[in-house]
Each structure stands twice: as C-alpha cells, then as structure tokens.
Design a protein around this ligand. Structure first.
Ligand SMILES: Nc1ncnc2c1ncn2[C@@H]1O[C@H](COP(=O)(O)OP(=O)(O)OP(=O)(O)O)[C@@H](O)[C@H]1O
Length: 424
C-alpha cells in the first residue's frame, strides 16, 4: 500500500494535520471495497480529492470516474442526466440517451452536493444502491449497472432529513462510511503551508517572484477564520500575487484582503461608516446597476446563442429564468427542455485508451463562432466584475448562498455554478 505521503503527492494535497491524514487514511482503507462513502465538510475544504483517491486505489481504476455536481443540474433534467432517457420521453428528447449510471458501469460516480438532489431522484438513487437497477426516463425496462457511489455534502444532512428534504433511508445507504474533512480554521498549522504553495504556484503562473509574508502577517493569516476554507485562501493568495507590487507582504496589506478584517480593499467612503450588510457605498450601487445592465446584455447574447445552437432549451430556460421573466414576462415559459449539461460533469483524467470511452462533448458548430468571439470580448472585464460582486455578496451574507443569490437576482443553482466555475 502507498504511504499517505505518496498519496498526498500524487493528488497534490498539502497539509499535515492529523484529522486530514486520518481522512486520507480512511479513503485508502475503504478504496478496495465497494462500500458507499459520504464525504462531509464545509465548502472549500477539499472534499473532491477523496473520491478521486478512492477510485484510483480501487479495482475500478481502469473504468470511468464521473463527478456530478448535483447542485448544478436543473431539477427538470437531473433524472435524464443520471439515468438517461428514451427517445420521445419528453419534448426535446429526440434520441435515446445514456445517463451517467450507464456510462460509468464498472466505475465510480462522485455525487457532489448530494443533499441538493430532488426527492424523486433520491428514490431512483436508492434503487440503484440497493440492487443496481434503474430505469431510463420514459422506459419501463429495468437496466442493471455496477457503479460505486461516493457522495459529498457540505450541508447538515440531519437537518435536511428533519426538513424532509432528504430521505433518511438514502442517507444511511450513502454513508456506510463517513469521511470528514476538517475546516481550515481547525488546521492552523496547514494554513501558512498552503499559502506558500499557492503563492509559489501563482508566482510561476504570472511570472513574478514568489510572495512572502512578514512574521506579523503569518500571525494574521493563521488566526483568521477562513469561512471559505482552502478555496478562499487560494483566491486571496492569487489576488495578492497579482495586485501587490512588493513581494514582502505586511500584516496591514494582508488585512486589507481579508473580508470582515480590520482593513478592506474596497473603495473607501469618506465621512460615512461602511455597513457590512447593505450597499451604503454609492460606487458599489452604481457599479451594481452598471453590472446588472451589462450582465443582462451579455446574458441575452448568451441566451440567443444557446437557442440558436440547439432546440432543447429547458436548461437555458432554467438558468435564465429571472432574465426571461424580466424580458419576456410569462411568454418565456414556452422555451423548452435541454438535456446534456457538460458543465456539470467531469471525467477524471484517465489513460488515453480509457479517455476515449468518456462521454463525448457536444460538437461546436463553426458558424456560431463569431457570436462566441463577441461574447468573449465582453466577458473578460465583465467576468472580473461578476466575480467581485459575487464575492462581496457572499461576504455580506456571511457565505449564505440563498441570501446571496436573492441579492444578486440569480437562482441558487446559477450562483452555485458560478462559485464552482470561478473557484470562489
Ligand atoms: N489540501 C489541499 N491542498 C491543496 N489544495 C487544496 C487542498 N484542499 C483543497 N484544495 C484546493 O481548494 C479548492 C477547493 O477544493 P474542493 O473543490 O475540493 O472543495 P470542496 O470541499 O469540494 O468544496 P464544495 O463543497 O464547495 O464543493 C480546490 O481548488 C482544491 O484544489
């Protein structure tokens, strides 16, 4: 058996914390079995590495590993994504399609954000877990599959069960073994280690000398709460790497990058106190209005492009429900269903011959390239603004996605997708 150290190197996991080591060790122990594993821990702690370790050390390692973001798939299409559908099962189902459970037969499926699964999908999942059987949407013919499931969640599953959002039987079926990844604030000794690693990576990426923190700054770094965990630490290391001219970072400078810390890197308002919870900063308000307008324009372009590209547009509709409402009123409801959401699935890097078996991506059509180019020009600066607004909104709402999504006027699922997309 490989050592924990070797596994950490192979999966680029930084840290020496006892609880982290225990989590990796548990993953190594359960890997050769087919036991279902539930990975728990706050958002951004590094849960995704665990299913990868389990798959790579299992007898399934030559078969497929598919990671599915349950929180990012629209409810209307999730059953079809996971279990496939028959031709004609619903409007827009022009051909029979295999779902991930069919494609990953013999391999592993990682169900990230499993707590987000709709109840109807939970019933189907329970059946697969119990006897390996599933039905394609629109089919009455049972199919068999042999898939190992590793799930992850950052929500309190007992609360979800209490609120009847998650089936208790499924929870127990999924969590035969639970692997918990501790939050960064409970791994104080790893914080500076991780920062140094990220600073070095970003130094290389942006061709700049690596940052180093003054002793006082190291103290601040270690004492901060890190509500966004390693994802937040990585972001801050990147921001400082790019934005600071000097390479020696003082406590004062570091503070200005830490939300809810003494300093702030947001524009200052003179003669008025900046409240955390609302838009007292006028520049911020103007910024938001401008951003919203540009965002709407850009969304419209995207929407038109998507609609031009394919006929099945349920996903387009769901992702843009606010925009469609705003622009078209209730007429927007006529836009129909979309099926294959490539952004929600990731096939792990496998040897060349295995990769050929991976799910194919939808072909791009050349005639629409011009539209994508126009979109790209806009998105570069817009994207920065979008990232900043999302970050600020999450900070203002203390990491609560629901409240942040409401404030930003987007659905929770879209916000979730953007957090993933920008690694926030
Ligand atoms: N120990 C680690 N060493 C180096 N990088 C790490 C480590 N843990 C996490 N990361 C990095 O932090 C980021 C967040 O990790 P990951 O996506 O696995 O978090 P998560 O717990 O799955 O979050 P969520 O619940 O929001 O999906 C990724 O960029 C990942 O590469």
């Amino acid at each position: 058996m490989e050592s924990i150290q070797a596994i950490k190197q192979r999966f680029e996991i930084i840290g020496n914390d006892v609880k982290l080591n225990r989590a990796i060790e548990k993953a190594m122990q359960v890997a050769p079995t087919d036991i279902s594993v539930l990975v728990t821990g706050e958002s951004g702690v590094g849960k995704e590495a665990i299913p990868k370790i389990i798959h790579a050390l299992s007898h399934r390692k030559h078969a497929k590993y598919i990671a599915v973001n349950c929180g990012a798939i629209p409810e209307g299409t999730i059953d079809s994504e996971l279990f496939g559908h028959e031709k004609g099962a619903f409007t827009g189902a022009t051909q029979t399609r295999s779902g991930y459970f069919e494609v990953a037969d013999g391999g592993t499926i990682f169900l990230d954000e499993v707590g987000e699964l709709p109840l109807t999908t939970q019933v189907r999942l329970l059946r697969v877990l119990e006897n390996g059987e599933f039905l394609k949407v629109g089919s009455s013919q049972t199919q068999k599959t042999n898939v190992r499931i590793v799930a992850a969640t950052n929500v309190n599953m007992f609360e979800a069960i209490k609120k009847e959002k998650f089936r208790e039987d499924l929870y127990y079926r999924l969590s035969t073994v639970e692997i918990n990844i501790p939050p960064l604030r409970e791994r104080r000794d790893d914080i500076h280690l991780l920062f140094r690693k990220f600073a070095s990576d970003f130094g290389q990426k942006y061709k700049m000398p690596t940052l180093r923190l003054d002793d006082d700054a190291v103290q601040i770094l270690s004492k901060y709460r890190w509500p966004g965990n390693i994802r937040q630490l990585r972001n801050i290391a990147e921001q400082i790497s790019v934005l600071e001219k000097g390479r020696s970072i003082s406590a004062f400078t570091l503070n200005s990058y830490l939300p809810n810390s003494q300093g702030s890197n947001l524009p200052a308002v003179i003669g008025r106190e900046k409240k955390e919870s609302d838009f007292t900063n006028e520049r911020e308000i103007l910024y938001k209005v401008l951003f919203d307008m540009k965002g709407d324009l850009n969304d419209l372009k995207k929407l038109t492009l998507e609609l031009l590209k394919n006929n099945d547009s349920q996903k387009v509709q769901e992702e843009n429900e606010n925009l469609i409402q705003k622009i078209y009123g209730n007429n927007g409801e006529e836009i129909e269903e979309e099926q294959n959401s490539d952004t929600t699935m990731e096939v792990m890097r496998l040897p060349e011959h295995d990769r050929e078996k991976a799910v194919p991506k939808a072909p791009q059509e050349d005639k629409y390239h011009f539209a994508e180019e126009i979109q790209e020009e806009e998105t570069l600066s817009l994207q920065d603004k979008e990232i900043e607004l999302i970050k600020k909104s999450l900070e203002r709402n203390r990491g609560k996605r629901k409240a942040a999504a409401a404030e930003l006027g987007i659905s929770e699922r879209t916000l979730y997708r953007k957090i993933k997309q920008y690694d926030l």
